[in-house]
Design a binder for this molecule. Structure first.
Ligand code: DHB
Ligand code: FE
Length: 278
């Protein structure tokens, strides 16, 4: 059976792509952020996953307001990145794992998560940049399965629902007849708001509690409604549901292997966490 070797959760911000392209990693602004990834690079080099299942939210590149699935999953041989208006370089396509995609689709629909299946899917900064952060040497050495959760157009799925989706994904991976080593990745959050009167809003106290509880009591954050999470973390802070989906996929107790928290990257409280099953 396939094995889930761990979970990695990180923020995604387009400015990271610019910093990577211009090699700004050692500048004072960026160093505390990029240095946070060094222990994760060591862990990946030692643990060598074959496949990454990536929870993220599309921001209007693949899905626009006219057609917005609550949950969508890729089932493609490769996923192309494209210009989404931030002036970032387009990255090389990411390899898919169609076998795991279709296994997940079968298992998730059976488990009453009716996802939109995408045999073509453009992936935006929320998918591509975290993979570039994790494997900066490139090209990305893992096959991927993107799972997209709507955090853009209301109504959004609840935090509790996203956690349960993650659990269903975790159970399905563990039931997959394969010797693949799978890492689960979640990208988004932590607190940030890009528009309106509260633009620039960050809630360090909540973020730090969220990171602590993600390990010890993941149901803690699932008790908040989406409007409460928007109030507490900002309109885009609600992307933290990707962290809950990732934690759900790890199924049992977990141990925190590494974390980093740095304010701000652009408008975002940048968090990073690496967890293994305890
Ligand atoms: C920023 C953060 C995001 O999550 C995003 O998708 C786009 C921009 C920012 O802080 O600039
Ligand atoms: Fe975002």
């Amino acid at each position: 059976m396939a094995r889930i070797i761990g979970g990695i959760t990180t923020s995604h911000v387009p400015a990271i792509g610019r910093a990577l392209a211009k090699e700004l990693q050692q500048t004072p602004y960026w160093k505390p952020f990029f240095d946070g990834f060094l222990p994760v690079h060591d862990w990946l080099a030692r643990n060598k996953p074959d496949i990454a299942v990536v929870f993220y939210n599309d921001h209007g590149l693949n899905f626009f307001l006219d057609k917005m699935p609550t949950f969508a999953i890729g089932a493609a041989a490769e996923y192309h990145n494209a210009d989404e208006g931030w002036g970032l370089p387009e990255l090389a396509p990411h390899q898919g794992d169609e076998d795991l995609s279709w296994h997940l689709i079968d298992a998730l629909v059976e488990a009453e998560f009716d996802l939109t299946t995408c045999q073509e899917m453009l992936v935006d900064h929320a998918f591509a940049l975290p993979l570039e952060l994790l494997w900066p040497e490139g090209p990305c050495p893992v096959r991927t399965v993107p799972i997209c959760i709507n955090t853009v157009q209301f109504p959004l799925p609840s935090a509790a629902r996203c956690y349960k989706l993650g659990q269903a994904v975790g159970r399905a991976i563990e039931a997959w007849e394969s010797d693949a080593r799978v890492v689960v990745i979640g990208t988004g959050g932590l607190s940030h708001q890009l528009e309106g009167e509260r633009a620039g809003f960050i809630n360090k106290e909540f973020d730090q509690m969220f990171m602590e509880k993600l390990v010890s009591d993941p149901l803690w954050a699932t008790r908040y409604s989406i409007p409460d999470l928007v109030e507490l973390t900002g309109t885009q802070g609600v992307e933290l549901v990707m962290w809950l989906a990732t934690r759900g996929a790890l199924l049992g107790d977990v141990a925190k292997i590494h974390s980093n928290y740095h304010i701000p990257i652009s408008n975002t409280a940048a968090g990073l966490m690496l967890m293994e099953n305890a």
